[in-house]
Design a protein around this ligand. Structure first.
Ligand SMILES: Nc1ncnc2c1ncn2[C@@H]1O[C@H](COP(=O)(O)OP(=O)(O)O)[C@@H](O)[C@H]1O
Ligand SMILES: [Mg+2]
Length: 205
């Protein structure tokens, strides 16, 4: 009889944690990560899985949202397996907050603005449902020594009971535009050297 395999999530595999979950490199496949919720009944995790289930088709075509591969058993309880956001050299990618905090030279300012403009285009086009402006859920993936792209790893879905955004692309895009403008306001407030008055006008939708 085949026994169900239990993955061992050792300390060396730890990537990071937020308020609800921690992430580890998948022990058998470094291109994937395993996330463990602190609370097995976490509402945010359920919300995300519901969104991923109902909008599976759309999300399978998304450039921004990481792929989901299902559940596994681990020594830390039930884990969910996702595509791991990592750089071309195999290192873990930075989240947008750490990335922007390290921006200082004029060249880096230009690069970060280009990254945000690309993100703006994809995010508005795809109309991804996200809940708040927490930029630690966006990761900056270095796909080559000169190219970066943004990825969304968390906080997708909506707490709304009957989520029209799941069924209408038009409503999804309209809602995404509103959330985007809140993110841009937040960025202007917190990273004024990147999002100055002039760039703010370009970045708003
Ligand atoms: N798919 C992923 N690839 C790489 N790192 C990730 C991935 N998902 C999450 N992480 C890392 O783990 C941290 C916590 O995960 P997150 O999903 O944001 O949990 P929480 O719900 O607690 O905010 C993230 O901030 C990020 O550093
Ligand atoms: Mg998070």
């Amino acid at each position: 009889m085949a026994e169900k395999k239990i993955l061992m999530l050792t300390k060396d595999l730890f990537i990071g944690k937020g308020g609800h979950q921690e992430a580890y490199v998948h022990p058998d496949d470094p291109s994937k990560c395993v996330k463990i919720a602190f609370d097995p009944n976490d509402g945010d995790v359920k919300k995300e899985l519901r969104y991923r289930r109902i909008c599976a088709d759309k999300l399978s075509r998304s450039k921004l949202v990481t792929k989901y591969y299902g559940e596994v058993e681990t020594d830390k309880g039930r884990g969910l397996v996702f595509e791991r956001v990592m750089n071309f050299d195999g290192a873990s990618s930075l989240d947008l907050k750490d990335y922007l905090s390290a921006v200082s030279t004029a060249e880096e300012v230009d690069q970060s603005r280009a990254l945000l403009m690309d993100f703006r285009k994809d995010f508005l086009e795809e109309g991804i449902a996200i809940v708040d402006t927490d930029i630690t859920n966006f990761m900056v993936q270095r796909v080559s020594p000169t190219e970066t792209q943004m990825r969304i790893v968390d906080n997708i879905g909506t707490p709304v009971l009957i989520p029209l955004v799941y069924y209408s692309d038009y409503i999804a895009r309209r809602k995404a535009r509103r959330v985007w403008n809140r993110i841009v306001d937040w960025l202007k407030e917190n990273y004024p050297s990147v999002v100055d008055e002039k760039f703010y006008g370009e970045l708003r939708a």
